[in-house]
Ligand binder design. Structure first.
Ligand SMILES: Cc1cc2nc3c(=O)[nH]c(=O)nc-3n(C[C@H](O)[C@H](O)[C@H](O)COP(=O)(O)O)c2cc1C
Length: 363
């Protein structure tokens, strides 16, 4: 309520990107002052063992995580964990630092509870982000690190680019995500073709193992909602073949269908990925398709248009072990992870279940 009536209108006085920078700056700052994280936790974070999920050899405090892209440079992830997220994913990080696309590159579509972005992986680069993470205390919840290709790296050298980031970051991550699904780096999504994806995932696995002798960091792939069903099936089969730890489905879409926002306003945003409520149906359809193919042999993380506890339940019953949120946090504010957790507990009571894990694939 305070966020929606008080803080959000103030943030809306700013353009989306300065509002984003201000939020990250405040959260990052708050997490560095004594007592700051405790204050952030007062936003309503919920701790209840019935919400815990065991997956990929890790314990997630709740199945609700922060999606990649909000904390690209790992500046405020401790604050997001304190807000009550069960896990946090930083990045996308690329081998070399890069400025991303020209501004404006982030747009609000409030009538659709959606965003359009063409940020283009603006980030400090793998080595700088590694130093930043190494300098912070370990998170109480799993930390995912999402890696992508540097824009200027030619596609023929993509493997080396991802390999560099893997070497820099695998030792610091609880899990690693190979992002081949952002629409904002030219050619990136071509890496989803199995012929390109197989050697890429094999190389990342190799480098991750070398960076963590004696340990094994889970490796996941993040896919686009715009893949044809046949391509989704092929990636599912590849994941089984390579014994990949997980698939994150989905990233943002290049589609602009079914929007309430007038098309001239949508067109004014230009190219980029659409996120939020309009992504809900396709993201769920991709999840169902993956689950039908991999059953419980590959962990599925659902992302795209998740806004309510009911959405979380639907995704978990459809086979997701975990979910991730970005756009709903922008519209609903920092109390969202706590509200969703309380809603999930109510759903558990209603269904007579002892653990959210009992919902997974039980739809
Ligand atoms: C502004 C913005 C930036 C994003 N940046 C990244 C990114 O760097 N890497 C990535 O894998 N996904 C990125 N995403 C996609 C989100 O992680 C998420 O998969 C997607 O937005 C769907 O979830 P949502 O509907 O809850 O927002 C970004 C999304 C937004 C809105």
């Amino acid at each position: 309520m305070l966020y929606r009536l008080g803080i959000r209108p103030l943030l809306y006085l700013l353009k989306p990107e300065p509002a984003h920078r201000l939020t990250i700056g405040l959260l990052g700052g708050a997490s560095r002052v004594p007592g700051g994280l405790g204050l952030i936790g007062a936003c309503g974070a919920i701790h209840d063992p019935r919400l815990a999920v065991d997956a990929m050899g890790l314990r997630f405090a709740t199945p609700i995580g922060l999606a990649a892209g909000l904390d690209k440079n790992a500046e405020a992830y401790r604050a997001f964990a304190a807000l009550g997220f069960g896990f946090v994913e930083v990045g996308t990080v690329t081998a070399r630092g890069q400025p991303g696309n020209a501004e404006p590159r982030l747009f609000r579509l409030p009538a659709d509870r959606a965003l359009v972005n063409r940020m283009g992986f603006n980030n400090d680069g793998a080595d700088a982000v590694a130093i930043r993470i190494a300098g912070q205390a370990r998170l109480p919840v799993p930390l995912g690190i999402n890696i992508g290709k540097t824009k200027v790296t030619p596609e023929s050298e993509a493997l080396d680019d991802y390999a560099h980031s893997t070497r820099a970051l695998a030792g610091l991550a609880d899990y690693l995500v190979v992002n081949v699904s952002s629409p904002n780096t030219p050619g990136l999504r071509d890496l989803q073709a199995v012929a390109a994806l197989r050697p890429l995932l094999e190389r990342v696995r190799e480098e991750a193992d070398a960076a963590r002798p004696g340990g094994r960091v889970p490796v996941l792939v993040k896919i686009a909602p715009d893949l044809a069903d046949r391509d989704v099936d092929e990636i599912a089969d590849l994941a089984l073949e390579l014994e990949l730890d997980g698939i994150i489905a989905t990233n943002t879409t290049i589609a602009r269908t079914g929007l309430a926002t007038p098309s001239r306003l949508v067109d004014r945003c230009g190219a980029g990925g659409l996120s939020g409520a309009p992504l809900k149906a396709r993201s769920l359809a991709v999840l169902r398709r993956l689950r039908a193919r991999v059953a419980d042999r590959v962990v599925l993380i659902s992302s795209g248009g998740i806004e309510t506890a009911q959405d979380v339940v639907v995704r978990m019953r459809a086979g997701a072990s975990l979910v991730q949120i970005y756009t709903a946090l922008i519209y609903d504010g920092p109390g969202l992870p706590g509200r969703l957790a309380r809603g999930l507990l109510r759903e558990l009571d209603r269904a007579g279940l002892d653990s959210v894990m009992d919902m997974i694939g039980n739809g």
